[in-house]
Design a protein around this ligand. Structure first.
Ligand code: AMP
Ligand code: ZN
Length: 152
């Protein structure tokens, strides 16, 4: 089964730290909660106010989350980013969701990082180096490959 097939029936994974936070078995510093979504401060503050937005139900990551829940999580992430700018004096926000360990995901339960950014330099960095020389790629073929993989 491909990993992006939704596992709708899974509500809680016993060893999952974010499932435990979602049901109150592990404490968190709560920022927001509704029936489907919980947001709390990341225990490792990349910058002041770094917040995690999670689905209450267990899905492995963004790619493997049903659309309706994924939209609800990002809706809350947007509101939190706006609030960080309004209340913390942030000048910008990075929104990111790591999918699978190869992409740096350490907790396999869907979550979105909302990281407020400050001036002067706040020490947080996302650097996108040009790792692959564009001359080595056939861009139209590459685009067409991805395009053909897009599902309805
Ligand atoms: P990722 O590496 O993208 O999977 O992000 C997981 C995040 O969860 C990291 O930034 C951790 O600092 C954070 N984290 C781990 N345990 C806790 C916890 N108990 N409460 C809050 N944040 C946590
Ligand atoms: Zn979980």
């Amino acid at each position: 089964m491909p990993p992006f097939v939704y596992e709708e029936e899974i509500i809680m994974i016993q060893d999952c730290i974010f499932c435990k936070i979602a049901v109150g078995l592990i404490p968190c510093t709560k920022v927001y909660e509704d029936d489907d979504v919980l947001a709390f401060l990341d225990i490792g503050q990349a910058t002041t106010g770094h917040t995690l937005v999670i689905s209450k139900k267990h899905y492995p990551n963004f790619l493997a989350t049903p659309k309706s829940i994924m939209h609800k999580v990002y809706d809350v992430a947007q509101k939190i980013g706006q609030a960080q700018i309004q209340t913390l004096g942030a000048r910008g926000v990075n929104v990111l969701s790591n999918c699978y360990k190869e992409a740096g995901q350490s907790i396999p339960h869907f979550h979105v990082h909302v990281i407020p950014r400050y001036e002067p330099a706040d020490g947080f960095r996302i650097e996108m180096y040009e790792n692959v020389h564009i001359g080595e790629l056939n861009l139209p073929v590459l685009a067409s490959k991805i395009s053909k993989g897009i599902k309805e």
